[in-house]
Design a binder for this molecule. Structure first.
Ligand code: C2E
Ligand code: MG
Ligand code: MG
Ligand code: MG
Length: 280
């Protein structure tokens, strides 16, 4: 069977293998090829100050430029990358590429923004993240204090002791840490108190129905107030309308991301946004 052949070998589908399992194997084989052939890309989405309207950061978002299928979204391949362990080399590539790009923009005088990189829970378990981050910073020359790692609540909840030890070491490097998709995981409040977190990212599901949903306005207001009283910055994800931005401004939210300002874009298009800002 495929298993006996080992990783990296050609896979022969076993009889009786489910359609889902075949698809996973195909995606996994494709991902190995993508990594080897340089088919992975980073897109960048601006993080914008609510008060000034200026771009203060970027989030790096992974894409797979498949020669046959075109641009593949991370929702389709991150889960396979995680279960196969490929997330470790992929995550290492993402960290280095994001730091190299951010440092190129700094050197070109395009601003001193932060670069935010998503880190998956399995990357914690599989690789020495402190070493991987240290290498990316050393190779790129990008300052640790401008790099932000985005970690989901579930990663904090799954193995809190390991996560605390790791995040403390990363924080000691000078990095910023943010909690992604905040409000959708468990034990948020207990973890927020214990972990060396700098930023809460309000999940886009709480922003989407503002201003129609009174509940979502109440939840978002509460997250902003709680974050601020704990000394954290708060960013709102998925901001699509001027009404949503007005609401966030009234509540004193620090920054936002969303289609209202820009979709995630390739590096050359992001650079145009930075140059326009410099000119304007
Ligand atoms: P995330 O980190 O929460 O990223 C935000 C997602 O919301 C992105 O989807 C972005 O394109 C989308 N988005 C941004 N603004 C809006 C908006 O106004 N409206 C709507 N409807 N969506 C908006 P994307 O790029 O498809 O990424 C999905 C998820 O995949 C990410 O969620 C993150 O969890 C994961 N991901 C992406 N890149 C990486 C990576 O390099 N490593 C890891 N481990 N995970 C990644
Ligand atoms: Mg994120
Ligand atoms: Mg810190
Ligand atoms: Mg999110």
């Amino acid at each position: 069977g495929a298993k006996a052949l080992g990783r990296g070998a050609w896979c022969f589908y076993e009889e009786g293998m489910t359609q889902g399992a075949r698809e996973r194997l195909a995606v996994e084989a494709g991902l190995r090829r993508a990594l080897a052939n340089g088919e992975l890309r980073l897109y960048y989405q601006p993080q914008v100050s609510v008060a000034s309207g200026r771009i203060v950061g970027a989030e790096a978002l992974l894409r797979w430029q498949d020669p046959q299928e075109g641009l593949v979204s991370p929702a389709r391949f991150i889960p396979v990358a995680e279960s196969s362990g490929l997330i470790a080399p992929i995550g290492q590539w993402v960290l280095l590429e994001a730091c190299l790009q951010a440092q190129r923009w700094r050197s070109a005088g395009l601003g001193s923004m932060t670069m935010a990189v998503n880190v998956s829970p399995r990357q914690f378990a599989l690789s020495d993240l402190v070493a991987v981050v240290g290498d990316a910073l050393a190779q790129s020359g990008f300052p640790a204090t401008s790099l932000e790692l985005e970690i989901t609540e579930s990663a904090l909840a799954e193995r809190p002791e390991q996560a605390l030890a790791l995040l403390t070491k990363l924080g000691d490097l000078g990095l910023r840490l943010s909690v992604d998709d905040f409000g959708t995981g468990y034990s948020s409040l207990a973890h927020i108190k214990r972990f060396p977190i700098d930023v809460l990212k309000i999940d886009q599901s709480f922003i989407r129905e503002i201003p129609e949903s009174g509940e979502d306005m109440a939840i978002s207001s509460a997250i902003i107030a709680m974050g601020h009283s704990l000394g954290l910055a708060v960013l709102a994800e998925g901001v699509e309308t001027p009404a949503q931005l007005d609401f966030l401004r009234q509540r004193g939210c620090d920054s936002y991301q969303g289609y209202l300002r820009s979709r995630p874009v390739p590096p050359d298009a992001f650079e145009v946004l930075l140059r326009d800002q410099l000119a304007g």
